[in-house]
Design a protein around this ligand. Structure first.
Ligand code: CP
Length: 424
């Protein structure tokens, strides 16, 4: 059965990036490949994933594979390394479950305090070492731009499992998968993003992907937690008429197809009193949702900490547990694709020399950027393709700089293909 809304993919249509550290790293065709494969995994039952490798090779090869189906688990003999410097339940465990289901193995740490990070080892050295032990690496880290820096120090694909308040692109894949599966399409959908749009990394990646896919977004938050200007300006440039902003949830509810609720990110507030002022500002329960359409989905990346009442869980619109469950097939599809593509491409097998950059050194304006913590990182600014302003290469923070300090390399063009896989 073809997934509703998913285009049929032809042989040899995609050249995936080596790493997945930003939602910009996958184009629409590559995302479609992930969704189509994830759907096949859901349908086939994830315990029977012998078809995955052959399925992927059809996307990656110029010709139909001539050999018979192998039925070999696609990641048999492969090792995933997980490096989690911040707490996680869903992301880490769904990655681990996905890798086990694909026939591979997992090593790593769920808490950096039990690794040599506690002795002061840098992220660059940690990833140089881990990439010599593993075939694919997954990083969660509190600093923005950390995943990009880790990828520069890894011989194997790196997946961003959340870098500070910056991005959470694999969460976006499963969010989009849920919307497509339950609503049948993304184009034209009206999606409300509610809560902490300032520090919530999931909504940063998701809003960009939704507008790119032709959906409309309503950005609903307290004034203090609005979408960062850097992302808002990209959304407006992409399609200004697809973006609305406001504070009152009830004003938007009647026209929505889905409401994506987020937790107020307490751990990212510098001033605890600021958190106290905004916590509990929105509540999803039977009463507040009586104003919403009967078929409006309620999504949440989870964990929830009070913004959705447990009594709402039995409402058919509550889709957040199904959404979390899709994390396994969607991440399995992504991991299988990147591992197969990496084995196919056999390039970039060496780690760049520490600090080796031909770009001018500058200072990022964002205090939470990885460039302020790593000993041998060379901060760089690049021009953002859509807005033409200078941003940090690692964390995307707008950083004004004199003409002398800028570089002519386009951030999006360069980062979007992870440097060397050269297609648009
Ligand atoms: N959605 C999400 O990232 O959950 P975890 O923090 O539990 O991984």
């Amino acid at each position: 059965m073809q997934m509703l809304g998913a285009p049929r993919l032809e042989v040899g249509v995609i050249v995936p990036p080596k790493h997945f550290v930003s939602i910009d790293d996958l184009n629409q065709e590559e995302m479609d490949a992930v969704f189509t494969l994830a759907e096949r995994i859901v349908e086939a039952d994830i315990e029977n994933v012998g078809f995955v490798l052959d399925f992927i090779l059809r996307f990656l090869s110029e010709e139909e594979p001539s050999r018979p189906q192998t039925k070999r688990a696609s990641c048999a003999g492969k090792i995933m390394g997980v490096a989690f410097y911040e707490p996680s339940t869903r992301t880490r465990l769904s990655f681990e479950s996905a890798m086990h289901r694909l026939g591979g193995n997992v090593i790593g740490f769920a808490d950096a305090k039990v690794s040599s990070v506690a002795k002061g080892e840098s992220l660059a050295d940690t990833f140089r070492i881990m990439s010599s032990y593993c075939d694919i690496l997954v990083l969660r880290h509190p600093l923005e731009g950390s995943a990009r820096w880790a990828s520069e120090n890894s011989q194997v694909p790196v997946i961003n499992a959340g870098d500070g308040a910056h991005e959470h692109p694999t969460q976006t894949l499963l969010d989009l998968f849920t919307l497509r599966k339950e609503k049948g399409r993304l184009e034209g959908l009206k999606v409300g993003l509610l809560g902490d749009l300032k520090y919530g990394r999931t909504v940063h990646s998701l809003s960009l992907a939704l507008v790119r896919a032709g959906a409309e977004v309503a950005l609903i938050s307290p004034a203090a937690l609005q979408m960062p200007e850097a992302i808002l300006s990209r959304l407006l440039r992409e399609n200004g008429s697809a973006v609305r902003q406001g504070e009152a949830m009830e004003e938007f509810l009647p026209g929505l197809d889905a409401l994506y609720v987020t937790r107020i990110q307490k751990e990212r507030f510098v001033d605890p009193s600021e958190y106290e002022r905004v916590q509990g500002v929105y509540l999803i329960d039977k009463a507040t949702m009586s104003a919403a359409p009967k078929d409006m989905l309620v999504l949440h990346p989870l964990p929830r900490v009070g913004e959705i009442a447990p009594s709402f869980d039995s409402d058919p619109r509550a889709a957040y547990f199904r959404q979390a469950a899709y994390g396994v097939p969607v991440r399995a599809a992504l991991v299988a694709l990147l591992v197969a593509a990496s084995a196919n491409q056999q390039d970039e097998s060496t780690v760049p020399a520490a600090g080796g950059s031909r770009l001018r050194a500058v200072t990022c304006a964002n205090e939470r950027c990885i460039t302020h913590s790593e000993p041998d990182i060379v901060p760089k600014l690049v021009k953002e393709a859509l807005t033409d302003r200078t941003i940090c290469y690692y964390c995307d923070a707008p950083t004004p700089v004199s003409a002398k300090g800028t570089t002519s390399i386009s951030a999006r063009a360069r980062k979007g293909r992870n440097a060397s896989h050269g297609q648009g």
